[in-house]
Design a binder for this molecule. Structure first.
Ligand code: AMP
Ligand code: ZN
Length: 113
């Protein structure tokens, strides 16, 4: 999508600290980190939120979760991590391109705020 900031990161139109990418996904450091390690994993395909996934996205979504532990290893996270996806207004999704936050390097509270 032409005016989507995350699509622009995935296509290298705007710079970001990409830590991993392949033909399906892109992973980069969050601009405003909420933990010692905080990266975002996006599908290169523009999908607005989990509300917008279709049957044909099942493999892509599975792939994203499958890759999480590789990213966790790559980023040197030990002792656990959190994966978060904010979807829609009540969850304060601010960028309308579906993404997974992968956070680690500190202890997290529960329930989340
Ligand atoms: P959410 O609020 O779940 O939609 O998360 C959006 C995340 O994107 C926030 O944590 C922002 O800090 C992050 N973010 C916004 N713009 C950029 C950018 N250009 N590069 C990296 N992270 C970004
Ligand atoms: Zn997009």
């Amino acid at each position: 999508m032409s005016d989507c900031i995350f699509c622009k990161i995935a296509s290298h139109e705007i710079p970001s600290e990409i830590v991993y990418e392949d033909e399906k996904i892109c992973v980069y450091k969050d601009l405003s980190p909420q933990a010692p390690v905080h990266v975002l994993m996006i599908p290169k395909k523009h999908i607005e939120s989990l509300d917008d996934v279709t049957e044909e996205d099942q493999e892509l979504l599975g792939y994203m979760l499958y890759k999480v532990h590789d990213i966790v290893k790559l980023m040197g996270i030990e002792n656990g991590y959190r994966v978060v996806s904010n979807n829609g207004e009540d969850a304060f999704q601010t960028v309308k391109h579906m993404h997974l936050h992968i956070l680690g390097g500190r202890k997290f509270g529960w329930p989340p705020g």
